[in-house]
Design a protein around this ligand. Structure first.
Ligand code: GCV
Length: 718
């Protein structure tokens, strides 16, 4: 090949890589594109690297060093086979440290546990150490992120270990590759080509997850299909598990409760029936033959039409324990969801999960976790914390957050979710007095739990940038950080993500960080201000539908939640209403129940109030509500202004992509404001206050909008 051709090819190849990175595929791991200020000072790192050899996980760690350091330093790396005193970087387990490097290990290895790591600088070198291979992989990722963020490595030490055991993504992916509530393309899992064809995306998915500490993935939708438990699919699942194992990630599956009938030919799925129990035990053995480190089952039972033990007059405990018994000999767990509400139950939907689950506290087997959504309704832009977090001290409760933005503008709206997650985690349950935060319940420290977990409903799909909206990557990233340590601050997550994704330029951070942090309040304001909730149009949940009142079940109708009439608006959950407040501790119930102490952010969640009720700032409820909608719109306009200022720090493609999305967000924020206010005005009969423009379209127009092909819809709900 002539030199000219070679260089042309090389140039094209490099260009393709850069473009790929710019289009967001490399996520927060775009090492070559990032620009650490201290890059020059770090060249010494490439000098002589000792990397412990052995397992596949260690090979992954070495691979990450190669990708990361060579990308960051633009330097050829020199690996050495032996651990010498003058190595520039040593990555080795505590038990294998030698010579002066073992003296550099100056903390107790107990503190590192099974997944933690210790990184420290010493004269002319860096040590990354851990008790385990996976700890080393996490340490390597953290070191790379540290450098990427532009930190100096002199006199630096960092010990970190996760405080939550199961840090998981829940994919609501169907076997036909559609994703329930998925807004970033189709499912990554190409079932048709598996097990032979291993898409590079599986590897990059695992790398990205491991880089933020995620160690489990549920591949399939909780609205489950039993076919995934048949040999044909198990072989495919095993192929994915083989990829993910190299990054410390276990695979879990959703178990359809009626599987013994659907794929096992039995006449019942009664959990107390011996044949059914044997079927699950054998099925589980079969799964473990394919996947020796299979994590376990996630189950949605007797919820929204899914089969479950109650179909046979049995309980959640009967169902969960049957499966727990099957996986127990293999070290697996059962994650049983508490997202239940019944069409036959006329009590407030917000109360039903508590009523159903609290009586079972203490009856689940040791390897069962109960997975609870962050709030008592359904992933709204703001909900008070779920009362179950303060009520099941004998059961490990796993947090379920939704990273995909079902009720937060899909992947068209920029909403930084760690702010929402942080608010929930820092809420005080008062279960054992002041300071009993949800974070402590979740990490197990509040009740000395043996096992703990946090799940996030994934926002990932086949879109080139994985998440549809470039800023939605920050939600995946932030979820991982919070699952690792629920005390992490949303502010720090935003700052780290900006540094890793764009640059560590201080001016850019000063622009983007407040924009991200405030984006959550913006969406609350233009969709669900003052504690309003579930006002979404039917099925797809895209756009406003506060008028909808004709669905099969009362608690699927927005009118059920806002209860607007001539006298006022809001759901009375105090003693005079549904008394959902009784499910919280006295302190919480007092705060929310009393109009003087209830934060206005939760006002209409807990209270039904007249339109002329006076808010803290002296405005009437009607005026205040209208002004909140307007504030949300204004906040999006400000985001657009900020993004214009950020233009100087990013490339054109990055600028245009987000700019177009922000324009959609502004249009839709106005849609929410106008449609909601026109509708509520039919009850309040009051004029819009100054500062809120008169809608240009009619209520009838907004009601007539239909979106039959909105993404993520559940087909059976059409
Ligand atoms: C997977 C909400 C969503 C459903 C989802 C359900 C659940 O109702 O709209 O799509 O089903 O929650 O969490 O089980």
């Amino acid at each position: 090949m002539s030199k000219k051709i070679f260089f042309t090819l090389f140039f094209l190849f490099s260009l393709a890589n850069v473009l790929h990175a710019q289009q967001g595929y490399t996520l927060w791991m775009d090492y070559a594109g990032s620009n650490p200020q201290s890059r020059k000072n770090l060249k010494f790192l490439a000098k002589s690297i000792y990397m412990e050899a052995g397992s596949d996980i260690l090979k992954s760690a070495q691979n990450e060093i190669e990708i990361g350091l060579s990308g960051l330093l633009n330097e050829k790396l020199n690996f050495s086979d032996t651990m010498e005193n003058d190595n520039s970087l040593v990555v080795s387990k505590v038990s294998s440290l030698k010579g002066s490097w073992s003296q550099s290990m100056d903390v107790s290895s107990e503190k590192l546990g099974n997944e933690g790591f210790y990184i420290r600088s010493r004269d002319g070198g860096i040590l990354v150490t851990a008790n385990t291979d996976i700890g080393l992989l996490y340490g390597v990722f953290r070191l790379l992120q540290f450098i990427q963020a532009g930190h100096h490595l002199e006199d630096f030490s960092l010990l970190d270990a996760p405080s939550v055991d199961l840090r998981m993504l829940n994919h609501w992916d169907n076997l036909d590759r559609t994703i329930e509530r998925g807004y970033a393309g189709f499912s990554l899992w190409n079932w048709q080509k598996l097990p032979e064809y291993i898409d590079q995306r599986y590897i990059d998915y695992a790398r990205a997850n491991a880089s933020i500490g995620i160690n489990g993935t549920v591949l399939t939708n909780v609205n489950a299909n039993a076919l995934v438990l048949t040999p044909m699919y198990l072989e495919k699942v095993a192929a994915l598990a083989d990829v993910f194992r190299k990054y410390g990630i276990k695979v879990y599956l959703t178990a359809r409760f009626s599987a013994p009938m659907e794929i096992g030919g039995l006449e019942t799925a009664d959990p107390l029936n011996t044949e059914v129990r044997n079927w699950w035990a054998q099925k589980t053995n079969e799964i473990y033959k394919w996947i020796p480190d299979f994590g376990g089952f996630l189950v949605k039972a007797n919820s929204e039409g899914q089969p479950g033990p109650q179909n046979y007059g049995r309980t959640h405990v009967d169902g969960a324990n049957m499966l727990a018994e099957a996986v127990q000999p293999h070290g697996g767990v059962v994650i049983w969801r508490a997202f239940v509400y019944s069409e036959d139950d006329e009590t407030d939907r917000a109360k039903q999960a508590y009523a159903e689950f609290v009586p079972y506290d203490g009856q689940f087997m040791e390897n069962v976790l109960v997975q609870v959504k962050n709030g008592p309704i359904d992933f709204q832009s703001r909900e008070p914390f779920h009362p179950l977090f303060g009520a099941m001290s004998k059961t490990p409760l796993m947090m379920e957050f939704q990273i995909t933005q079902e009720y937060l503008g899909f992947s068209s709206h920029l909403v930084f979710l760690p702010k929402l997650f942080e608010e929930v985690l820092q809420s005080d349950t008062y279960v054992k007095g002041k300071g009993s935060t949800v974070a402590k319940v979740i990490d197990g420290s509040q009740h000395n739990k043996r096992i703990s977990g946090m799940a996030g409903v994934s926002n990932i799909g086949t879109d080139l940038n994985w998440t549809g909206h470039p800023f939605a990557q920050a939600n995946w990233f932030g979820f991982g950080r919070l699952a690792w340590n629920p005390e992490t601050k949303a502010n720090d997550i935003a700052e780290d993500w900006i540094k890793l994704t764009y640059t560590n330029n201080k001016e850019l951070i000063a622009l983007l960080k407040p924009m991200m942090i405030n984006s959550r309040e913006a969406v609350v304001n233009y969709m669900n201000p003052l504690g309003l909730h579930h006002l979404f149009d039917t099925g797809h949940h895209y756009g406003p539908g506060p008028w909808v009142d004709n669905l099969g079940r009362p608690d699927w109708n927005p009118t059920y939640y806002h209860k607007a009439d001539e006298n006022g608006i809001g759901f009375d959950r105090t003693k005079s209403g549904s008394n959902a407040l009784e499910q919280y501790s006295d302190e919480v119930s007092y705060t929310f129940g009393n109009l003087k102490t209830c934060p206005e952010t939760y006002l209409l969640w807990f209270h039904h109030l007249p339109w002329d009720y006076t808010l803290n700032n002296g405005n009437s409820l009607w005026d205040g509500l209208a002004l909140r909608y307007q504030e949300g719109v204004d906040q999006v306009s400000e985001m657009i202004e900020t993004w214009e200022k950020a233009r100087n720090f990013i490339n054109n493609d990055q600028y245009h992509e987000v700019k177009m999305l922000l324009d959609i967000q502004l249009k839709e924020a106005k849609w929410w404001r106008d449609a909601s206010l026109l509708y509520f005005q039919t009850f309040s009969g009051m004029e819009l206050p100054e500062g809120v423009p008169k809608p240009t379209k009619s209520l009838e127009y907004y009601k007539s909008l239909k979106f039959p092909f909105a993404p993520g819809i559940r087909p059976q709900w059409d």
